[in-house]
Design a binder for this molecule. Structure first.
Ligand SMILES: [Zn+2]
Length: 217
């Protein structure tokens, strides 16, 4: 744990989730495990997170905390699609002026818009600059294309998503193995994980250790 450094937290962001701006619940480690540091382009950090952001993404192999944040936002959008659709289907004015009556709808009018506004704010939230020991981590460093099988993906995450779908990989296993091997061994990570398409968490743990063993780690 010694290799992790806490990010600096400006006064007015104390007790705030860096990912979504909600009150924080705990400090999380990024990357989650030290062995994933291979694939991360910056130092290992601690940062404040709410409970939901801390647990909504199960996979790993993110090259930076900014890529991890993108995955969290995507997962939040997917999970809260219903609430977010309120903003697409209604304007606040329409809700206020709506002539629809009935107690169920009254409740909807009172609660729906604040719920939408809150979720919208969480999705749009940009955190604050990530600074450790006076060094700012630059998000742009991460915007590197990644080539696999002759295709240039906008980022590593897109290639991971493609590989998981195409080769029916267990996403959690594949991203853990990839984190250990590094992105230059993307194909090898696929080959190693193809044999284990669907796993329970217990099996995944065993298979992961087996794979580490097989490559001499
Ligand atoms: Zn959060």
């Amino acid at each position: 744990m010694n290799s992790y450094t806490a990010i600096e937290i400006p006064f007015n962001f104390r007790n705030t989730c860096w990912f979504c701006g909600e009150p924080d619940d705990k400090n999380i480690c990024f990357p989650r495990k030290e062995y994933e540091s291979n694939i991360v382009t910056h130092k290992a950090i601690f940062l404040p997170s709410c409970k939901e952001c801390a647990s909504i993404v199960k996979r790993t192999a993110f090259t930076s905390v900014f890529a991890y944040r993108d995955a969290i936002k995507q997962a939040l959008v997917k999970k809260h699609q219903k609430v977010l659709s309120i903003g697409s289907n209604w304007t606040e004015q329409e809700l206020l002026e709506s002539e629809l009556e009935g107690s169920a709808f009254e409740g909807f009018k009172r609660s729906a818009w604040p719920m939408f506004k809150m979720m919208q704010a969480r999705i749009n939230y940009q955190g604050w600059p990530v600074v450790i020991n006076n060094d700012q981590l630059i998000a742009e460093l991460d915007n590197e294309q990644f080539e696999f099988d002759g295709i240039h993906y906008p980022c590593l995450n897109d290639a991971v998503t493609h590989a998981v779908k195409t080769f029916f990989l267990d996403e959690e296993l594949f991203t853990r193995v990839l984190s250990v091997l590094g992105k230059n061994k993307f194909s090898q990570a696929i080959r190693l994980c193809r044999l284990y398409p669907k796993l329970t968490s217990k099996q995944r743990e065993e298979v992961f250790l087996e794979i580490l063993d097989s490559i001499g780690l």
